[in-house]
Design a binder for this molecule. Structure first.
Ligand code: NAD
Length: 258
C-alpha cells in the first residue's frame, strides 16, 4: 500500500489568521497527508486564535511569531525553524496586505506609501523568507505562494494588490530559476475569490462574486478546501517536474474571454 503523500515532510505554514484562511484549509489537508507542520502568526493579536486552531489540529506543531515587515522577526523565524528541523521540505506562503483605502476606486490614485507597503508585504516577503530558509531544504523541496488573477487582468478595486501579485508571480519565476539547481521548486497557486478577512478588504468584494458562477466553466465558486488539493500536489513528489509556474484553482474562470 502507498504511504501518505507527505509523510515525513517538514512544512512551514505562514498566513493562518483564522479558520477561514486559505492557509488553514491547506494546513488541514497537509496534516491529513502526513506532513509535520509548523506555523507562524503575524503578531500578538493573532497568537491566541492561531494557537487554539493549531492545538486542535496538530498539538505538536510549533508556533512562531513572524510579522514579515520585521527583519528581526524574519531572522528569528529562520533561527527557530532551523532549531526545530535540520531539514525542511516545504513552505506555504499565504499572506498579503494592502491598505483598505488602496483597494477602492481608481488605481491612478495609488499613494507611494500604499504601493510600497503592498509590494513589501505581499511580494518581497516571499523573497525575504526564501532567502533565509532555502539552506534548510537539504533534500530539495517545494515552496508555494498564493496569488490571484488580478495580477494578469484588471479586477475593479483590486488595484495595488494586482500589481503586487504581478510582482509576486515574477518573483516566483526568478526564485525558481535560482533554486532549481538545488532541487527546490517554487510555484504559485492562483485561487478564485474566497470570502476571507483579506478579501473583505477589497471594496465591493461580494459584488465581484455576483454572476461569477455562470461565467466559470465549472459553474461554481471554489472554496478554500479545494485550493488545498492543488497545494498538496505542488508540495508533494507528484510535482517534482513542476517549477516557476502559476497553477489556477478557480474553476477555470481565468480561461474565459467574454
Ligand atoms: P487571510 O486574511 O485569512 O490571510 C492573510 C494572512 O496574511 C493573515 O494570516 C495575515 O496575518 C497575514 N499577513 C498580513 N500582513 C502580514 C504581515 N505583515 N506579516 C505576516 N503576515 C501577514 O486571507 P486569505 O484570503 O486566506 O489570504 C491568503 C493569501 O491568499 C493572500 O496572499 C491572498 O492574497 C491570497 N488569495 C486570496 C484570495 C481570496 O479571494 N481570499 C484569492 C486568491 C489569492
Amino acid at each position: 500500500m502507498m504511504g501518505k503523500l507527505l509523510a515525513d515532510k517538514n512544512i512551514l505554514v505562514m498566513g493562518v489568521a483564522n479558520k477561514r484562511s486559505i492557509a488553514w484549509a491547506i494546513a488541514v489537508a497537509l496534516k491529513e497527508a502526513g506532513a509535520n507542520l509548523a506555523f507562524t502568526y503575524q503578531g500578538e493579536r493573532f497568537k491566541d486564535k492561531v494557537a487554539k486552531l493549531v492545538e486542535g489540529l496538530a498539538p505538536e506543531a510549533p508556533l512562531f511569531p513572524c510579522d514579515v515587515s520585521s527583519e528581526t522577526e524574519l531572522n528569528s523565524l529562520a533561527e527557530s525553524v532551523g532549531n526545530r528541523w535540520s531539514t525542511m521540505h516545504g513552505l506555504v506562503h499565504s499572506l498579503a496586505f494592502a491598505k483598505r483605502e488602496e483597494l477602492t476606486g481608481m488605481f491612478t490614485d495609488t499613494s507611494r506609501e500604499g504601493f510600497l507597503l503592498a509590494q513589501e508585504i505581499s511580494a518581497y516577503s516571499l523573497v525575504a523568507i526564501t532567502q533565509r530558509l532555502h539552506h534548510l531544504f537539504k533534500e530539495g523541496g517545494s515552496i508555494i505562494t498564493l496569488t490571484f488573477l488580478g495580477s494578469q487582468r484588471v479586477v475593479p478595486n483590486y488595484n495595488v494588490m494586482g500589481v503586487a501579485k504581478a510582482s509576486l508571480e515574477a518573483s516566483v519565476r526568478y526564485l525558481a530559476s535560482d533554486l532549481g539547481p538545488k532541487g527546490i521548486r517554487v510555484n504559485a497557486l492562483s485561487a478564485g475569490p474566497i470570502k476571507t478577512v483579506s478579501a473583505k478588504g477589497v471594496s465591493d468584494f461580494n459584488r465581484m462574486l455576483d454572476g461569477m458562477e455562470e461565467k466559470t466553466p465549472l459553474r461554481r465558486l471554489v472554496p478554500a478546501e479545494e485550493v488545498a488539493g492543488p497545494a498538496l500536489f505542488l508540495l508533494s513528489d507528484l510535482a517534482t517536474a513542476v517549477t516557476g509556474d502559476i497553477l489556477y484553482a478557480d474553476g477555470g474562470y481565468h480561461i474565459m474571454g467574454v
